[in-house]
Design a protein around this ligand. Sequence first.
Ligand code: UFG
Length: 341
Amino acid sequence: MPRKEKAVLVTGGAGYIGSHTVRQLVEHHRDCGVVVLDTLERGHAESILDPEVKLFTGDMADQEVVEEVFTTFQIEAVIHFAAYTYVGESVTEPLKYYRNNTAAPLTILEAMQRHGCKQFIFSSTAATYGNPVATPITEEHPQQPINPYGASKLMLEQIIRDCESAWGLRAVFLRYFNASGCAPDAAIGEDHDPETHLIPLILMAISGERENITVFGENYETPDGTCVRDYIHVLDLANAHLKALDYLDKGGATVACNLGTGKGVSVREMLAIAEAVTGTKVPVVYGERRPGDPAELVADPARAKAILGWEAEYTDVTEIVATAWKWMTGPAKGRYTNVKR
Ligand code: UFG
């Protein structure tokens, strides 16, 4: 029987963070192929630029397609992005989140166990911490999520730890803060439908795609009254996955790492930055607080540096916003469709 090609499986590899990671894997992780499993329900086939990347269009809960992936390729490690990510939607449709974010990945984990694949990199989130009791947030901060999205991710962390005890799975939980920006060449980028994230919404208000941007609350206990977040560039996030792969390859034990810059930016500051980048005034409306928004979420990223040797390179938010603006005004965004290939 011919030897199977070695590959890294990326679930959700046609999504925003997934597609940027797939691109970096292709460029830098050359001793192994890259396989994507994505439903394309919220991802875009066009975001996978390299024709060498094998795309399986299917659901990670579907045992048949998952088995096909694991029998066609020798999967060395799984990078697991596939998930629903809207906090608001998770509150109104919790079961959808528990099914897709907590239950569906069990099919992947079962296949990993069957095929002896023991390395897992998991897109976890700052939302697993809930309302911060201390800031900046370290990985030791209590994990008390305040919405089903955060809870659905935290449950998978627990499941993975149980798999570690039972059959030796090793994992890196990457707890993202606010993913932002796009590939600097604007060949791939961020395209959510509906869009709920601050930076693209501000830029859409600037470009005229939306009438205005509503600032959710201006009476928070923060220096300027608006919420503070830690915006981390998507390329920095992608790079952390490559470092996590190396860490697991070298035999590293299961660990959780925050991915942020350690620097907070308020909504009001972000408006000013976007105006400076685009040279255009943002039409702003001030509204009520959005339920479930903590005043401040800022990472302590020290552990990621100590353990993975990872550090954010995009530390200037102006540069991050500039990459998002280049994508939004460039030609590639218009090529994104939801047509399955
Ligand atoms: N905001 C506005 N107006 C908007 C949209 C957002 O003022 O129209 C504010 C929010 O109140 C928040 C900040 O901008 O203070 C950032 O909001 P985003 O929706 O861009 O991001 P979140 O911080 O809510 O969410 C992000 C990820 C989630 C993750 C969460 C962790 O998108 O997946 O961080 O708390 F769960």
